[in-house]
Design a protein around this ligand. Structure first.
Ligand SMILES: *Cc1c(COP(=O)(O)O)cnc(C)c1O
Length: 393
């Protein structure tokens, strides 16, 4: 089918909930994609930070196929090797105690919120259930995670929302303390606000929040749905902030493109959720877990170092364009935000797409770059050449 046929079917039969790019992707290899007409694109999106191993990765596809031919799904009422094996690798890599596997970022954050509320209820009783989150954050699209998201426009229409969320200004301890009270049980935050504009938090702020959480026995919940699993050049971003969460969520990049998410708790919280307290029909599906094990095979210390180097290279090369359209570059590893001026971020994204480079947008004025972690120097250079054409001085 060509683009117009695909689009006509979609518009006829699909809820139009996305501001879609006018492009139908057909196939890819590495960090290179091809549309339905066969036109080539360099990919600086990896889905939205999902396809960490790029496209058509042999080991990844083989692991999914092999697992599908053994057992593609079985309920969580049985043990399976890929699930147990994945947990045994991810948990130590994160410095945590135990994992729960679900399917998506919002679901992972819901689980994290449940841990916080039950921990507090069992220790302190009712009335201590409020969670402080940050303004400009993004935590998901369920009724609860929409409310956890600190952006007003996500709080329209879908009333009544889950109660018990309060918002503090990022990098502002006074603002956070102004939301503190007897009713608080946790602070939940991203360390780089992704959807909100690729804004890294200040290390000092993050450490102060962690300290306050310890003092007040609030749980520190870190949402690493976007930043986790190698994206920022370490297994988790908090490893570069010098803090350790009580609970951390992850999703996007973990299974390289299959739906997968979850959270890990520290020792203090490992027995909060017990049999019957939480679950997920599809969570930890053996094929998705097998795929995630391939991602874990890939993320060696040397590979993570390359992610940091490639991120640094991309950053330096974009700065060296001397583009009048760039107001600044932020981020860590291969999670970069380019501030856009002189045109809108969407106009710039569309111009780059026309020339063969796929990028994302974030916040009000940011071009968001989340290339596959396996992107090659050659692909980076091809993408940069397109940026130079479109944005050059
Ligand atoms: C994408 C994202 C989510 C939501 O994940 P879904 O898989 O879409 O539910 C939550 N938190 C952060 C930080 C994200 O980037």
């Amino acid at each position: 089918m060509n683009f117009n046929d695909i689009k006509a079917l979609d518009e006829g039969y699909v809820l139009q909930t996305y501001a879609r790019n006018q492009l139908a992707i057909d196939h890819g290899c590495g960090a290179t994609l091809f549309d339905a007409e066969g036109k080539k694109y360099i990919d600086f999106t990896s889905g939205i930070g999902v396809c960490s191993l790029g496209y058509a990765n042999e080991a990844w596809a083989r692991a999914i196929y092999d697992q599908a031919m053994k057992v593609g799904h079985i309920s969580n009422l049985f043990y399976t090797e890929p699930y147990a094996k994945l947990a045994s690798r991810l948990v130590p890599a994160a410095g945590m105690a135990a994992a729960f596997f679900g399917n998506s970022g919002a679901e992972a954050n819901e689980g994290m919120i449940k841990v916080a509320r039950k921990y507090s209820y069992e220790k302190y009783g009712q009335g201590r259930s409020a969670i402080i989150t940050l303004k400009n954050s993004f935590h998901g699209r369920t009724i609860t995670t929409l409310k956890a998201t600190g952006q007003d426009h996500y709080h329209d229409y879908f009333f009544p929302f889950t109660e018990g969320f309060r918002y503090a200004q990022a990098n502002d301890m006074d603002s956070l303390l102004s939301q503190a009270g007897e009713d608080v049980c946790a602070v939940m935050m991203e360390l780089i606000q992704g959807e909100g504009g690729v804004n890294p938090l200040e290390k000092e702020f993050v450490q102060s929040v962690a300290k306050l959480c310890q003092e007040r026995d609030w749980l520190l919940l870190i949402d690493e749905v976007q930043t986790g699993v190698g994206r920022t050049g370490t297994m988790f971003a908090y490893q570069q902030f010098g803090v350790q969460p009580d609970v951390v969520s992850f999703a996007k990049g973990i299974a390289g493109g299959l739906p997968f998410g979850g959270f890990m708790t520290n020792e203090k919280c490992r027995n909060v959720l017990r049999a019957g307290d939480h679950g997920s029909t599809f969570g930890g599906n053996p094929m998705a877990a097998a795929a995630a094990n391939v991602v874990m095979d890939t993320l060696t210390p040397a590979f993570l170092e390359e992610v940091r180097e490639k991120g640094q290279y991309l950053r330096e090369r974009i700065a060296a364009l001397g583009s009048p359209y760039v107001s600044g570059i932020r981020g860590m590893g291969l999670m970069l935000g380019v501030g856009v001026q002189g045109m809108t971020h969407r106009e710039l994204k569309d111009k780059l797409m026309e020339r063969g480079l796929l990028c994302l947008t974030a916040g009000a004025d940011t071009l968001r770059l989340l290339p596959p972690l396996v992107i090659t120097r050659k692909e980076l250079d091809q993408g940069l050449a397109i940026m130079a054409e479109v944005m050059g001085a």
